[in-house]
Ligand binder design. Structure first.
Ligand code: HGY
Ligand code: MN
Ligand code: MN
Ligand code: MN
Length: 419
């Protein structure tokens, strides 16, 4: 499989693991927190500065940079036959508010390293090779997440994307215009262009590879998910004077619902259920809350499990509302997906060609590859992260795994770019 595999070995051999590791550390300084993590929210000043650094590294390495109207950033190694559809790799550089320096950034920097290594090895494949840094994968500032890749794949109109606002009322459109102004010299690409294939390298964000001591994951698919927002509306009042029996306390109604959701999770085997965001209005200790707003994030490796949980969640929210009122809004839904066997085989063959142990596994976390899988042959390469910890400042990887994943990526990209 893969006409380019001899050259693929050369490309993998050209990977400079030390440079990749130093760039992961350097990118981690954009939005660095005082306690060793990263807070680099989508379209924030920190992300704009990080994008500028990526463009600088790409241009120093002889690549071309561009961006599209959805704020996706592209770094390109031109091919011998520029009219051919490119092979795309990449991930995201926006983070959770208390994230780590590997989630997302690894896939962008491993892709950059692969393209620069190819250039340095004097390898110029027929197809162009492009690295994407997708806009707003994490949904930490603007919800839902994976906005940039969703718009790129034609699943979301740009106007709708631009209208989404963050908790301060700043819209994606306003933030995108600020990024555009900061990147005035960057050529613009059309929103969405034909692709030969997409491969995303990412940390596993779960402990299977790390515990098994296996450096490469051949990702078989992505777990299904549904995301909700619940708004409970009560009546504000003085904490000391409103008799308990007369209260319409939005916090206590939300607490009843969340306690019932906590009991639901073990009743649906395989269900992952998270209430990660809770906002009270007016959020003052001596005022009975008039509004409680919270998130529900469910995941399940079986679509039927998601449907069962969905029905139970709706019943729980209704049952817990009185004497307040409640509105449940589903903001995202994505079924379980399986990546094409041919892409899985290519990744497994590349790991084997490089003498790297590999394990097939599904992704429990969501990724932009979900959307790309709808428009072109798509695959993912995992590397281990320590104890599977992610979406937390303790996220960490071994330098040898970081380099190994980039070598497999370079091999796969070249194979794809030669076909
Ligand atoms: O939530 C997710 O699964 C993704 O990592 N943002
Ligand atoms: Mn990620
Ligand atoms: Mn993430
Ligand atoms: Mn008072």
């Amino acid at each position: 499989e893969g006409a380019g595999s001899a050259a693929g070995l050369r490309a993998a051999g050209a990977i400079d693991g030390g440079r990749l590791w130093r760039r992961l550390e350097a990118l981690g300084r954009f939005g660095a927190t005082a306690t060793g993590g990263v807070c680099r929210l989508a379209l924030s000043e920190a992300e704009i500065a990080a994008r500028r650094q990526l463009v600088g590294w790409a241009r120093d390495g002889g690549l071309e940079a561009s961006a599209d109207a959805a704020g996706n950033l592209f770094l390109e190694l031109p091919g011998e036959a520029p009219e051919l559809a490119p092979v795309l790799t990449g991930s995201h550089i926006d983070s959770q508010p208390s994230g780590g320096r590997f989630d997302g950034a690894y896939g962008v920097l491993a892709g950059l390293e692969a393209l620069i290594a190819l250039k340095e090895a004097g390898i110029r494949p027929p197809r162009p090779l492009v690295v994407a840094a997708w806009m707003n994968e994490e949904a930490a500032r603007f919800a839902p997440g994976m906005m940039g890749s969703k718009a790129f794949c034609g699943e979301w109109p740009l106007e709708q994307l631009r209208a989404v606002a963050d908790a301060e009322g700043v819209t994606v459109g306003t933030a995108l215009d600020a990024v555009r102004a900061a990147e005035a010299g960057l050529p613009e690409r059309p929103l969405g262009f034909p692709l030969a294939a997409f491969v995303e390298a990412h940390i596993e964000q779960a402990p299977l590879l790390d515990r098994a001591g296996v450096p490469i994951g051949v990702v078989t698919g992505i777990q299904g998910t549904r995301r909700y927002r619940v708004t409970v509306t009560g009546v504000a009042g003085h904490a000391g004077t409103v008799p308990q029996a007369e209260r319409q306390d939005a916090m206590m109604a939300a607490a009843r619902m969340i306690a019932a959701l906590d009991r639901l999770a073990p009743e649906v085997p395989g269900l992952m259920l998270t209430v990660g965001l809770l906002r009270l209005q007016p959020n003052a200790p001596s005022v009975i809350p008039r509004e409680a707003y919270f998130s529900i994030d469910i995941r399940h490796l079986d679509d039927a499990g998601l449907a069962t949980a969905d029905a139970r969640i709706r019943a729980i929210v209704e049952a817990g509302a009185a004497p307040c009122s409640v509105r449940l809004e589903q903001i995202a839904e994505a079924a379980n997906l399986t990546f094409p066997e041919a892409m899985q085989r290519r990744i497994a063959a590349a790991a084997a060609a490089l003498g790297l142990p590999a394990r097939h596994l599904p992704s429990a976390a969501g990724h932009d590859a979900r959307h790309l899988n709808g428009v072109c042959p798509t695959g993912m390469i995992f590397i281990p992260c320590r104890d599977g910890i992610s979406h937390d400042e303790r996220e960490w990887c071994r330098p040898e795994d970081v380099a190994a994943g980039a070598r497999v990526l370079a091999h796969v990209l070249l194979d794809l770019a030669c076909n």
